[in-house]
Design a protein around this ligand. Structure first.
Ligand code: 13P
Ligand code: SF4
Length: 339
């Protein structure tokens, strides 16, 4: 029997032990599901303490993970920042593989585990280190800015990394007339519209955000009278329809200021669940697209990960050293963005 199958059971004490969590999760998770999740959450909390581990979860993780077991939550930039300053010996990264690699590069002395090694990303798999080298040959002298949604090998070929939260700042900080911006074509077009720099783009797409259509966006506005907020990985016509386009963190900031009665979040489905807890007065409409990679992470495989100390993410030392330089420039721009 694998650790996944060793299912912890419900017992009434869990209700008292986790009363606060039950209150937080009740509006987000159906009642019956909650009774299935709580035994896992309880067992994970225990193992986490025994191991001295920190669980970091991306905003696209399901609510029972995001609210139930995570110590650190946020977008790609926030998780990278947290990894860079983490004191714990063991980091469990509940997100996709490039996020775990990023954590390992920024915290080389820590053990970084991911609950499912197959949790990939269509953007990360759209480009290789050879592709980056070929682009450099075609555009001599142009610096390479790479979205953090890439492999460590691609980061190692780059001058700087960025996330959707600081892409514009990082491109401007290059101080060049022409920048190679990889691999997300739609994010690239979004950045190009805001900078006075020629951008050479790649044809990578997020398989989740590229599915949203302008018809869906209009339907949300007309049928539900909802404000529209879109992620810059969405197609340009969807972005053009939105009241606000921004990264995962920027969406939260916009909601804080605008406080719409109703909002359609044109992004991964769990974002709405996770933001709903922060904005109980806002009604969230979910044009629901789930990221199949993010959803590979579950409470049972987090439990197995902590119990069996699997799956460790490693990065070869030479790749790590070069990728780290690019990531540090991203963190510098992140610091600027948050002042
Ligand atoms: P951010 O976390 O940078 O907003 O990116 C969204 C995303 O698609 C992560 O995979
Ligand atoms: Fe990659 Fe898109 Fe999934 Fe993010 S949501 S991990 S960009 S496929």
């Amino acid at each position: 029997m694998s650790a996944d199958d060793a299912m912890p059971y419900w017992h009434p004490e869990l209700e008292t032990r986790h009363a606060d969590l039950i209150e937080r999760l009740a509006p987000l998770v159906p009642c019956l599901e909650l009774t299935l999740h709580l035994p896992w959450i309880d067992a994970i909390e225990r193992l986490k303490r025994e191991r001295g581990a920190v669980i970091m979860a991306h905003s696209y993780q399901s609510p029972e993970i995001f609210h139930g077991v995570a110590d650190v939550t946020g977008d790609s930039l926030a998780l990278a920042q947290a990894a860079a300053t983490c004191d714990a010996e063991l980091i469990v990264l509940c997100g996709v593989h490039f996020m775990a690699e990023t954590a390992k590069i920024l915290a080389p002395g820590r053990t970084v585990l991911i609950p499912d090694l197959e949790a990939g990303c269509s953007l990360a798999s759209s480009i290789t280190a050879d592709d980056v080298r070929a682009l450099r040959e075609r555009h001599p002298g142009a610096p390479v800015v790479t979205y953090v949604n890439t492999s460590a090998a691609v980061k190692a070929e780059s001058d700087a990394c960025c996330t959707s939260a600081n892409a514009v700042q990082v491109v401007r900080a290059m101080g060049a007339e022409k920048v190679i911006f990889l691999p997300d074509n739609f994010l690239g077009a979004h950045v190009a519209a805001q900078v006075d720099v020629e951008l050479v783009l790649w044809n990578g797409r997020c398989e989740v955000h590229e599915q949203f259509t302008v018809q869906q966006a209009r339907h949300a506005r007309e049928r539900f009278d909802a404000a529209l907020v879109a992620h810059p990985e969405c197609p340009p016509d969807v972005q053009a329809e939105a009241d606000f386009v921004g990264s995962t963190t920027a969406m939260g900031r916009w909601l804080e200021k605008a406080r719409p009665r109703r909002v359609a979040l044109i992004t991964e489905c769990s974002m709405a669940d996770n933001l709903r807890a922060r904005f109980p007065d806002v009604e969230f409409i979910k044009p629901c697209n789930l990221c199949p990679h993010m959803k590979r992470i579950t409470l049972p495989n987090i439990h197995a990960c902590l119990k069996e100390l699997r799956h460790e993410v490693t990065v070869p030392a030479d790749v790590s050293a070069r990728a780290r330089r690019a990531l540090e420039r991203m963190l510098d721009a992140g610091r600027l963005e948050h002042v």
